[in-house]
Design a protein around this ligand. Sequence first.
Ligand SMILES: [Zn+2]
Length: 462
Amino acid sequence: MTTLLVKNCSFLVTMDGQRREICDGGLFIRDGFIEKVAATSELPQRADEVLDLTGYIVFPGLVNTHHHFYQTLTRVVPAAQNANLFTWLKTLYPIWARMTPDDIYVSTQTALSELALDLCTTASDHLYLYPNGSRLDDEIAAAGTVGLRLHASRGSMSLGESQGGLPPDSVVEPEDSILMDSERLIQTYHDPKPGAMVRIVLAPCSPFSVTGDLMRQSAELARKYGVHLHTHLAETQDEEVFCQQKFGHRPVGYMESVNWVGKDVWFAHSVYLNAEEIKTFARTGCGVAHCPSSNMRLASGIAPIREYLRSGVNVGVAVDGSASNDGSHMLEEVRQALLLARVRAGVEGASLSSNEEAWIMTARQALEMATLGGAAVLGRTDIGSLEPGKCADLVAIRLDRLDYAGAQHDPVAALVFCAPQKVDFNLVQGKPVVANGQLVRIEQRLLVEQHNRASRRLVGAL
Ligand SMILES: [Zn+2]
C-alpha cells in the first residue's frame, strides 16, 4: 500500500457531482485511487509521497476519444495538405502500406508522449492498417513505455477498390483473419476492471472500407466479450452519398441495419446527422468523438455539438490522427470545440443577447466534454473526475505563466480561452508521466530522432 498527498493546489477543479472548484485544495491517494478530495487543511498531513502544487491549477486529465497514432509519421505530407477526406486518404494509403512493426512502435511513443505533455491521461487509438507484419501488440507494448491509459482499437479494412471500397486492395485484410485476431487481442489484453491501463475496442474503419458482414460480426464478437465498438461515421457529405448508393441508407440508418447502435458504440466525427438521427443517438446511447481541428483541416463541416449536448448525447473531444490535424494537443481541441460551436451558432443566426445559454458553449462545458464526456464515451466510470474511488489521473499547470497574465480571476476560463499550454505535471493512476514539464519515462530527444528517421524513410520514398 502506498499513499500520495497532493497538497496546496491553488485551484482544484474536481468535475465531481457538484462541480466543486476548491481554492487551496488537495487529494489523498492510495494505491493509485483517490481516497479524499478537500481543502488541504482537511486532508491527512502525512503520506509516503507528497507533491506540493502551490501556484498550480489542477484538474482531471483529459480523455482523447479518437486518434491514429501512426499518422504522426505522415504529418503535413505536401500532396495531402490541401485535400478533402477521400483524396487525402488515397494519397496516404500507399505511404502507410510501407509501415513496419517498428514504425507502429515509435509512432505510438511519439503520439502518446505528445498527448501526455498536452494534458491527456487516457487515449483511445484506432489502428486499422497492419502492413508488413504489424500488429496491435506493437502499439500496446509501446504505450506501456510512456504510461498513459490506452483504449486500443483493433481497426480493420476489408473492402478494397476492386470490391467498390476506397482503400487499395494491398492494404485490406481477409475478414476471417480480422475476426480471429480481434478475439485473440481481447483474450490477451482486455482488462474490464476499474483502473484498467489497457482495454480493447473493435473498430472496422468506416462504412466505405469494410463490408456490412464484418460490421455485424464485429458487433457480435464485441458483445460476447463486453468490449466497445468504434468507427468513423457521417464525417463528410461524400460518405453520405457513398452509403446511400452502396447500402441504400444514410450512415446512421446503415449503422442501425448492422446492429451498431447502443451504449457500447461511439463514432468519430458525426458531422452530418439530421434531427431524427440525433434522437436515435440519444435514445440508444451512442457516443460521439468530436474532432474540431480535423473537421476544419479537411473542410469536412461543423458537427452539431450543442444539439448533441441538448439532446443528451455523450460527446467527448478528440484530436484525430496527426495527418488530419497535425497536432495531438488535447487542450487545443477543447478550445477549438468551444470556438467552433460558437461559429456554428453564429452561422445559424444566434442572438447573443437572448437565451444565451442555449447557444453559447462555455469554457466549463468544453472542459467537461473533454473529461467527463470522454470518460462516458469510452464507457468508463473510473476516470473523468477527481473524486473518491476514482483513478488518480490528474494534470497541473502553473498559473503564473505569461500566457495567463491578467486572467487569474478565472483559472478555468484561462485554460480554455487563452493560448493552449503544455502541462507541468501529469499523473496517471497516481504515477508521474510528466514532472516539471518533462516526460518522466521517455528520452524525448532520442525519440524525436528515431521518429524522424522512420518518417523520412516512409515519406521520403514518395
Ligand atoms: Zn479518424
